[in-house]
Design a protein around this ligand. Sequence first.
Ligand code: AMP
Ligand code: MG
Length: 274
Amino acid sequence: MSELTIPGLLRVAPGSRPDLEVLDAGSTPGFEGDKEAAEARLKELRTELADFQERLWAEGGQSLLIVLQALDAGGKDGLIRKVVTALNPQGTRVAGFGVPTDEELRHDFLWRVHSATPGKGRIGVFNRSHYEDVLVVRVNDLVPDAVWKARYDQINDFEAALAANATRIVKLYLHISRDEQRERFQKRLDDPTKHWKWASGDLETRAKWKEFQAAYTDALTRCSTDHAPWFVIPADRKWYRDLAAAEILVDAARGMDPQWPEPDEDLSSVVIPD
Ligand code: AMP
Ligand code: MG
């Protein structure tokens, strides 16, 4: 993968530590064009993703897991609307992970995500994920330190096992600036059709901005691996966010390269009766 392409530029190299303080959330690495050019390119990428999904389904041998993480108002839902909808819903499942239920809390933290991983030929999208168990859980002190600290290795082992079982994993962190979050929150307050998105807990999370940046930095550093890389997408500009995510997914799709299966019988001699 060329380092100059969007996937190459945004990928967190295994073992490296991204500096989220310095990273400009309004930047557009690897893309020179404007919003219109990005939208035109996105259209092409959506077509390629749709074609990929059909071949993946037909082949029935591999799975794709897309993990989405971001702070509140980071744009996960918008990304799903603008990019993931290119994929046929018959074969794609979006799973959202919120505050765990009592039953989920009685199990290990990977239990609820493992049961939502995509089967062969399928695409799974995690809207939040097992990473919350080293993010919000860490920042809000929901478990003792020793418990969340042990989870990075557990996550890497889990993802390695999925990868060894024909699951391609692509993890996208949508990085927004503090100013952009304030603007998006304000819009939610000003627009009655967005009031439903308002959660007062989001302000408590915003108050812990630095702690969340630190927790994200550790997760990105500890858990970006060759078999399950993290990508940090500057996400203040929605059009770049969508474009970058689509470029990364298409790059993964090309790597997976699912093949149309051979028919079980010789179809050339089949005659359909009148
Ligand atoms: P939303 O994505 O806006 O529906 O919000 C879901 C909420 O669930 C967020 O505030 C997350 O931080 C929270 N959440 C997700 N996973 C966990 C977890 N494992 N423990 C505690 N809170 C979580
Ligand atoms: Mg929310």
